[in-house]
Design a protein around this ligand. Structure first.
Ligand SMILES: NC(=O)c1ccc[n+]([C@@H]2O[C@H](COP(=O)([O-])OP(=O)(O)OC[C@H]3O[C@@H](n4cnc5c(N)ncnc54)[C@H](OP(=O)(O)O)[C@@H]3O)[C@@H](O)[C@H]2O)c1
Length: 293
């Protein structure tokens, strides 16, 4: 008889996320062990507790989820957990701090339904945030040319350096600041895809800028808090066609995001050797859309 599925939730916030806990239960986890306010230097001993309690054959029924609102801390926790493991005492790990991986994967998969990514040009507004960085990564890895937009050119350049350090091709990434609206509008004219990844309630594009960009085929706004990140896109838009363009709002992307999150948790228990980060969760999302998951 197989052992119960245990998910160990490492959360960097003072209180572990209720949202992540509910999704874990809905994904079929039998027991959820929550650790909040977790710091990288504490991880080794915590992970040892996961490695040595069940025999190697049963370790696929133990897994680690890393969450919390601080994505850099989450990355450090996940890296520390991964570095602690060795054969044959491995458990699978998933990183989805602030929902950044599942959200970015869902947003790009929504866009890809309407326009091929390879060879396309995309503008990622507020690309410096956790979600924006991952949208840039997925697009560039799919051979899309990406305009990495920030209010500050320095932050855009720093963001590109971070992406390149993570293995993304520098040739695909172009720094741009939104501080010059005329330059932003001129560059937007060249884009087929635009993603607004700004902080809650930040308006990044107005309706006339959107309408002037006649080459756009997909516009996606991930901000759920009024005012919308892109004026004219509704929270509920889910591939809403307006002229030649397909629009998505935050809730329109949110359904696929939830499916990816849940399916990724379930996938953790298929083997004890997985590390689910942005690209792996993108692949799971792709399988969901293809009907193979
Ligand atoms: N639909 C979903 O399922 C889902 C899930 C998770 C997150 N989200 C949403 O996705 C968006 C991105 O999340 P995130 O965690 O990456 O966001 P974030 O880190 O809070 O902010 C992203 C970027 O927004 C820019 N920004 C901040 N304040 C601004 C302001 N007042 N005006 C203009 N720009 C501003 C900053 O870029 P610069 O300073 O470089 O310009 C910042 O790096 C959020 O709206 C979040 O709520 C949606």
């Amino acid at each position: 008889m197989s052992k119960p599925k245990i998910l160990i939730q490492f959360d960097t916030d003072p209180k572990a996320s209720v949202f992540d806990a509910v999704v874990a239960v809905d994904a079929g986890v039998d027991h959820l062990l929550q650790y909040s306010g977790v710091r990288p230097e504490e991880i080794r001993d915590l992970v040892h507790g996961a490695m040595y309690t069940r025999g190697p054959a049963d370790l696929k029924n133990t897994a680690i989820f890393v969450g919390g609102s601080n994505v850099s801390q989450g990355e450090a926790i996940a890296a520390a957990a991964k570095a602690t493991l060795f054969d044959p005492f491995r458990v699978s790990i998933m990183l989805d701090s602030n929902g950044a991986n599942s959200t970015a994967a869902a947003a790009v998969l929504c866009a890809a339904k309407h326009h091929p990514l390879e060879g396309a040009t995309a503008m990622v507004l507020a690309a410096t945030g956790a979600v924006g960085q991952r949208v840039c990564q997925i697009l560039a890895n799919a051979k899309c040319n990406v305009m990495v937009v920030s209010r500050s050119l320095d932050r855009s350049t720093d963001c590109i350096q971070k992406l390149v350090a993570n293995g993304v091709s520098a040739d695909r990434l172009h720094a741009l600041t939104s501080s010059s609206p005329s330059e932003l509008e001129s560059q937007l004219q060249r884009c087929q895809l635009v993603f607004a990844c700004g902080a809650a309630g930040a308006r990044l594009l107005n309706a006339s800028q959107l309408e002037q960009a006649s080459s756009l085929r997909v516009a996606i706004d991930l901000n759920a808090v009024p005012p919308s990140g892109i004026e004219g896109i509704d929270l509920m838009d889910k591939g809403t066609q307006r002229g030649n363009r397909f629009d998505y709002g935050a809730l329109g992307v949110g359904g696929l995001k939830m499916k990816i999150h849940k399916a990724s948790i379930a996938a953790l228990f298929q083997s004890n050797t997985q590390f689910l980060d942005c690209q792996e969760m993108l692949a799971i999302g792709d399988q969901i859309l293809n009907g193979t998951k």
